[in-house]
Design a binder for this molecule. Structure first.
Ligand code: UGA
Length: 466
């Protein structure tokens, strides 16, 4: 294999996926232009500041120099590109369907900027409903014909499997790379793009050493429709794995078993696997909720029900309700009680609160007349925005107190609910917390603590499934 070939890459969209991918590709030696419509974001990015809270992104951004630039003008940027990656959002529509309007708008703008006589590879990274590849191809072709421009566009579907908070790690050390394309050239281009990752020939960033035992990831080449399905099926499976253990957790509580032991016991069966078996308040974030809904919506288009995926969603929302029910039992009702929520992000390592279990629990508590206080190490501002202008059905004002100190949260409170398993919560002085509270009740919504330790500190401990 010769030295790495530097390619000219345009990444459309600088959200989690687009920014991480852009930063990664530039680090590998490609020349990357990130495109975004949001002038505020562009300003930050150009100043070397990451608009998202994602480990390592900030550090790499600042170190890439000219290899990574940003612009708001998509059509101008794409002319000289070899590869164009579409990584814009596909939010949920009312009926759960993924909305591809931004993907199509991006495709249209790309087509406006392509130059005659050149060949391009258009890579779709956004999570798109089945068949979206065909639609994008059609949109592009129509515009090129209208413009009378003969340019070659090869389309590939390249879904991403990045976890928020671990996005750079997952891009440098993926389990696999999937590319779905109808022609071999597109596959070759994507292979060239990721070659240093596929062969693991890059020098790892200082803060992201290559994990021991990690070998080069396989490249899965398939057709575009299967690639799109791989993405949805992967997320649906992970979501239902969590819902499965949560369902078992509820039964563990009834019969007196400990779900963390059960998860360990079944996870060691290599056919099952240990990961994504943590019982708790359930899954949130921008992917599992949206992608399971979108998969069900795809099924509906074909009058095909997906009862297993639906059940995973039902169990997931029940997890939030069950936590609130535990409080109702422990406190003999939550009306007028003061409940402190520890953690607002949908998981640790991110300031993202989209579909966060914590916010669902807060809403359920407010509906039942509780007074709510909340703490998070990084997501306070986002949570405040997400919960702003929220009010009860009869229009009454709902208010959440956002506090920067967990001990202030506990002061005079009736219960604490740990909703996000932030590492720093492990260092909380539990005795001090308990002493500050009116009634020391601790709902450990992520099974972060050893029950005994919390009880010894003076709390009534209520975990999930133990
Ligand atoms: C998820 C997938 O893990 C990625 O592979 C995928 O690329 C991404 O969606 C996407 O489609 O873009 P992400 O949403 O960032 O990534 O977060 P996860 O780490 O998967 O966690 C999702 C939710 O499940 C979190 O709320 C987390 O707290 C919860 N979870 C996870 C559990 O409740 N139990 C577990 O054992 C694991």
């Amino acid at each position: 294999m010769g030295p790495m070939e530097s390619m000219k890459v345009v990444v459309v969209g600088t959200g989690y996926v687009g920014l991480t991918t852009g930063v990664t590709l530039a680090y590998l030696g490609h020349r990357v232009i990130g495109v975004d419509k949001d002038p505020e974001k562009l300003k930050r990015l150009r100043a070397g500041k990451s608009p998202i809270h994602e480990a390592g992104v900030q550090e790499l951004l600042a170190s890439l120099g000219e290899r990574l630039a940003f612009t708001g003008r998509l059509s101008e940027a794409v002319g000289q590109a070899d590869v164009i990656l579409i990584a814009v959002g596909t939010p949920s529509k009312q009926n759960g369907e993924a909305d591809t309007r931004y993907v199509e708008a991006a495709a249209r703008e790309v087509a406006e900027g392509l130059l005659p006589g050149r060949a391009y590879c258009l890579v779709i990274k956004s999570t798109v409903p089945i068949g979206a590849n065909r639609r994008v191809a059609h949109v592009m072709e129509r515009i090129l014909t209208e413009r009378g421009v003969k340019a070659e566009v090869r389309i590939a579907s390249n879904p991403e499997f990045l976890r928020e908070g671990m996005a750079l790690y997952d891009s440098f050390y993926p389990d696999r790379i999937v590319v779905g394309a109808l022609d071999a050239e597109a596959v070759e281009t994507v292979r060239r793009l990721y070659r240093p990752i596929l062969e693991q020939t890059f020098e790892p960033p200082a803060f992201l050493p290559r994990p021991g035992g990690y070998g080069p990831p396989p490249l899965i080449t398939t057709d575009p429709t299967s690639a799109e399905m791989i993405k949805y099926a992967a997320n649906a499976f992970l979501a239902l794995k969590i819902s499965f253990i949560n369902e078992i957790a509820g039964l563990c509580e009834k019969v007196g078993a400990d779900v963390t032991e059960v998860a360990r016991g079944i996870g060691l069966d290599s056919r099952i696997g240990a990961r994504f078996l943590k019982a708790g308040l359930g899954w949130g974030g921008s992917c599992f909720p949206k992608d399971t809904a979108a998969l069900i919506a795809v099924g509906q288009e074909y009058s095909y029900e997906l009862p297993i995926v639906e059940a995973a969603r039902t169990v997931n929302s029940r997890q939030r309700q069950r936590a609130v029910e535990k409080l109702q039992v422990a406190l003999k009702g939550v009306r007028g009680r003061t409940i402190g929520i520890l953690g607002l992000a949908f998981k640790p390592g991110t300031d993202d609160v989209r579909e966060s279990p914590a916010l669902d629990v807060i809403r359920l508590l407010l509906e039942r007349g509780a007074h709510v206080r909340a703490h998070d190490p990084v997501a306070l501002a986002n949570a405040r925005a997400a919960l702003a202008d929220m009010h009860g059905v009869s229009g009454e004002e709902w208010e959440v107190e956002f506090l920067e100190d967990p001990y202030q949260l506990a002061d005079g409170a009736d219960a604490l609910v740990l909703a996000t398993e932030w590492g720093e919560y492990r260092n909380l002085n539990l005795e001090r917390l308990a002493r500050l509270m009116r009634t020391p009740v601790f709902v450990d919504g992520r099974n972060l603590f050893a029950p005994e330790a919390v009880r010894r500190a003076g709390f009534t401990y209520l975990g999930v499934g133990r």
